[in-house]
Structures are given as structure tokens and as C-alpha cells.
Ligand binder design. Structure first.
Ligand code: HEM
Length: 435
């Protein structure tokens, strides 16, 4: 065999391993350095820190709510794109397409169910995640702006779900959006214009369907994606999840090392190691500024690979399994096609706006705009008003009893209002007993 032929033959034999190695540059790591290198060189993993605190991994601390919200958003994106292959945003066709999804499109019904239930679940998990962040005092410096971003994410989640509600073009959708957009109409000075901008017309019709569709499939998901990316980036830059100040005994003394070389800076870390061989180093320090504080490192951390990765995969699987299980047993509602002459009595907004609708029944302006506006402003200002550093990173810390009590009262009142609107209101918004 000539030399040339043997080289070609070898290239053919090595093809699978060469392809594999071109994608996965490192073998499965068996050393700490390998674990760090895996985190650095993998596209998906480099977004995460090399080490993560044990507390951040504890299910009882975060309950995985931020991650679940993110995975629900991912499920919504995938199922939403698949639904777009069938859906037509036209008042003449939308409802029929829903019927087709039910009867003649392969897996159409499960696709629609997954999309609907994941959307409801995301509203709930984002809200619960906000509660967990508040009740652990995790909005305090330096995380104030991430809290503000979070409030924006909560509003974007509500709006995404609300705009999707109209698309099936059934009675439920039509009248829920009629009620929801009329609440927007109560805004002082700009109410009428705001309602017109949303609907593109005086009433809910073809223009509104098209506007809601574009908002739902392009504008809001794009803005949400950007905001989620910045949210995650801020978590990294803020030094991971908030945790209680470590006890001095758990810290090794600090030695400051100036990094002069660019990333990948395992080199200066190694140089620092030589200067203080008995100490631990954090590569995370490299992305936080020109100085690494060598040694000022809490002992209570583990490598992200594989600890964080496994936790994330478990949460992903549980989220997908949960949404699929619910979608197998419960069908997304589809009522009669739109009949503008026959409003249901009462016409109710989607459940997450029923607290608002209940408030509106007492006072259109204060219930629909005034009180929610003040609540929103206070939520945004929380981290700038509550500046004390006590009780960060712990559930229901004693030091935060006042802040937590006020927040829990706010949550309780809103849940009660939603429950009244959902279960205790009948024809003409009269009080009825559900029992
Ligand atoms: C689409 C919605 C959202 C997604 C996908 C999301 C995702 C996440 C994730 C994955 C984390 C880290 C792990 C965890 O805490 O579970 C996190 C942390 C955080 N989130 Fe969100 N989040 C969302 C909405 C919100 C909201 C509504 C708020 C508050 C108003 C918020 C404020 C924060 C803050 C301050 C942190 C850092 C917490 C800490 O340091 O312990 N996020 N978020």
C-alpha cells in the first residue's frame, strides 16, 4: 500500500473519533482542572460559573422556580413554532384550525394542550419565583437591577399569555380579551388611545386578532428572550445567587493577585497558586474584574460540572414530564366559535387578571389602573427602599419580618381577589356560592 493510500485509509478509520473530538474537545473530566476546562470550553456550560455554592443547588432554597420558568418558556417556544405551521390569524379560519388540531393533525391536540398548560404554568412559576426571591431577601444590593428586570419579565409573561388567549377565536377568548382590553381603556388620559392601539379598531375583531398574533409570536418572545439573557448574565455578574454572609471561620485569608493576561487565564491562576499553594482559587474571579481575590473564597462550593448540570437536567426532565402528563389527561378548553351577539354572563378575563376584574367592579379607575399602578411602582422600588443588608439568602429571616409580612399581605390580598373573581362571581358579577 502506498503512503498516500495508507494516510487516506487512516483518515477514514479515524473519521468517527475526529468528528467526535471536533465537537467535544475534552474527554469526560476526571480532575478538578478538567471540570473547570469543560465549563470554560463548552458553549452551553461557559454561561455558568465554574463553581457554584451548595446553597444554590439546594432544592429547598430556590425550588428550581427560575429554571422551571425558563424551561417552560423553552417548551412554549418549541410548541408555539410547531403550532404556527397550522394556525392562521384570520377570524374566518382561526377557529377551524383549532378544530383541525383536535381531530386531523397528528399530535395536534397534545401540542395545543402542552402550549396552553405550559403558558398557565409559566405565569404561576414566574410569580412564585418572584415570591422566593423576595422572601429570601435576594433583591438586595448588588441585585437591585436584576429584580427590576424580573418585574419586567413578570409583566412580559402576563402579556404573552394574554395575547395568546385571543388566538383560538372562541367565545372564551373573545370575551376574555374584550374584558381585558376594556380594563386598559380605564387608564386616565391615554385609556382610549391605548385600547385602540391594542385592538386596531373600536372592538375586538380581525385587526385585534392580527395585532395580538404578531405581538404573541414575534414581539413579546423576542423581548422576553433578550430580557431573560440579560437576567442570566446579571446573575453571573452579581456573583451567583445571593447567600448569607459566610462566617469568618469558613474563609481562608485573602491574597490579591493582579491578572495581567487575558482569558483563558488559567495561567495567572496557576501563577497565583504557586504564590499561595495551600489556598483555593476562583476562576469566576476572572470575569468579575482585573483583580482576583485569591483565598477569599467560601469553602462551601462545588464544581458546576457535573453538579449544576445534573440539577438542571433533572429540572428540565421533571418540567417536560409534568407538562406532558397534564396535557395527556386534560384538554385545553375550546368553546363555541365567537358570537358577538351572545356574551357569556359573566364575561371573565383570564384567571390571572380576575383579581383586577374584581377590583374594577368596585372602581373602574382605582381597581383597574390606580391600585395596580401603585403596586407595580412599589414592586419596582422595593430594592431601592429596603436597603438593609440583614437576612439575605435565608427564607423568612427574622431580621426581615416586617418586609416579608408586608409582601405576604400583598400576595394574600391578590390571591383572595383572584379566588373571589374565579369562584364567587356569577351572572352580572353578583356574589354566588360555588358550593
Ligand atoms: C421569565 C421569567 C424569569 C426567568 C426565566 C427567571 C430565571 C431565573 C433563574 C434561572 C434564576 C437563578 C435560579 C433561581 O433563582 O431559581 C433567577 C434568579 C433571580 N431572579 Fe429570576 N427569572 C424570571 C423572573 C423573575 C422575576 C419576576 C423576578 C422578580 C421580580 C426575578 C428576580 C430574580 C433575582 C433577583 C434573581 C437572583 C436571585 C438570587 O440571587 O438568589 N426573576 N431567575
Amino acid at each position: 500500500m502506498s503512503k498516500e493510500t495508507s494516510t487516506k485509509w487512516k483518515a477514514l478509520v479515524d473519521l468517527p473519533s475526529n468528528v467526535w473530538r471536533s465537537i467535544f474537545r475534552n474527554p469526560l473530566p476526571s480532575s478538578d482542572r478538567g471540570r473547570a476546562a469543560t465549563s470554560f470550553t463548552n458553549f452551553f456550560l461557559h454561561i455558568q460559573p465554574v463553581r457554584v455554592s451548595r446553597q444554590a443547588l439546594r432544592p429547598s432554597y430556590t425550588m428550581g422556580l427560575g429554571l422551571i420558568s425558563f424551561f417552560l418558556f423553552a417548551i412554549l417556544t418549541v410548541t408555539g413554532v410547531l403550532l404556527m405551521f397550522y394556525y392562521v390569524p384570520s377570524t374566518g379560519q382561526a377557529y377551524d384550525r383549532m378544530l383541525d388540531l383536535r381531530s386531523s393533525v397528528a399530535f395536534g391536540i397534545i401540542l395545543r394542550n402542552m402550549h396552553r398548560w405550559a403558558a398557565h404554568a409559566m405565569v404561576a412559576t414566574v410569580f412564585l419565583h418572584m415570591c422566593r426571591v423576595f422572601l429570601t431577601g435576594s433583591y438586595k444590593p448588588p441585585r437591585e437591577f436584576n429584580w427590576v428586570l424580573g418585574v419586567a419579565l413578570f409583566l412580559l409573561t402576563l402579556l404573552s399569555s394574554f395575547t395568546g388567549y385571543l388566538l383560538p377565536w372562541d367565545q372564551l377568548a373573545f370575551w376574555a380579551i374584550t374584558v381585558g382590553t376594556s380594563i386598559a381603556g380605564y387608564a386616565p388620559f391615554i385609556g382610549k388611545e391605548l385600547k385602540f392601539i391594542l385592538l386596531g379598531d373600536a372592538n375586538v375583531g380581525q385587526e385585534a386578532l392580527l395585532r395580538f398574533y404578531v405581538l404573541h409570536v414575534v414581539v413579546l418572545p423576542a423581548v422576553l428572550t433578550i430580557f431573560v439573557a440579560v437576567h442570566f448574565w446579571r446573575i453571573r455578574k452579581d456573583g451567583g445567587l445571593a447567600k448569607p454572609e459566610p462566617e469568618p471561620a469558613k474563609l481562608t485569608p485573602a491574597v490579591e493577585v493582579t491578572v495581567t493576561e487575558a482569558v483563558p487565564a488559567l495561567v495567572p491562576v496557576a501563577a497565583a497558586a504557586a504564590a499561595a499553594p495551600a489556598r483555593k482559587f476562583t476562576i469566576q474571579g476572572l470575569v468579575r474584574g482585573p483583580l482576583i481575590k485569591v483565598g477569599k473564597l467560601e469553602e462551601d462550593t462545588v464544581f458546576s460540572w457535573p453538579n449544576l448540570l445534573i440539577a438542571e437536567l433533572v429540572v428540565l426532565l421533571v418540567t417536560i414530564a409534568g407538562v406532558m402528563a397534564v396535557s395527556l389527561f386534560f384538554n385545553a378548553p375550546l368553546e363555541q366559535p365567537v358570537n358577538v351577539m351572545h356574551p357569556p354572563n359573566p364575561a371573565k378575563a383570564p384567571w390571572y387578571f380576575l383579581g383586577l376584574q374584581e377590583q374594577v367592579s368596585y372602581s373602574a379607575f382605582w381597581g383597574g389602573i390606580g391600585i395596580p399602578g401603585i403596586e407595580l411602582l412599589l414592586l419596582l422600588l422595593v430594592p431601592y427602599i429596603d436597603r438593609g443588608k440583614q437576612g439575605v439568602g435565608r427564607w423568612f429571616a427574622r431580621e426581615r419580618i416586617l418586609a416579608n409580612s408586608v409582601f405576604l399581605l400583598f400576595v394574600f390580598v391578590n390571591i383572595v381577589l383572584i379566588a373571589i373573581g374565579t369562584f364567587f362571581r356569577g351572572a352580572n358579577w353578583q356574589f354566588v356560592s360555588p358550593f
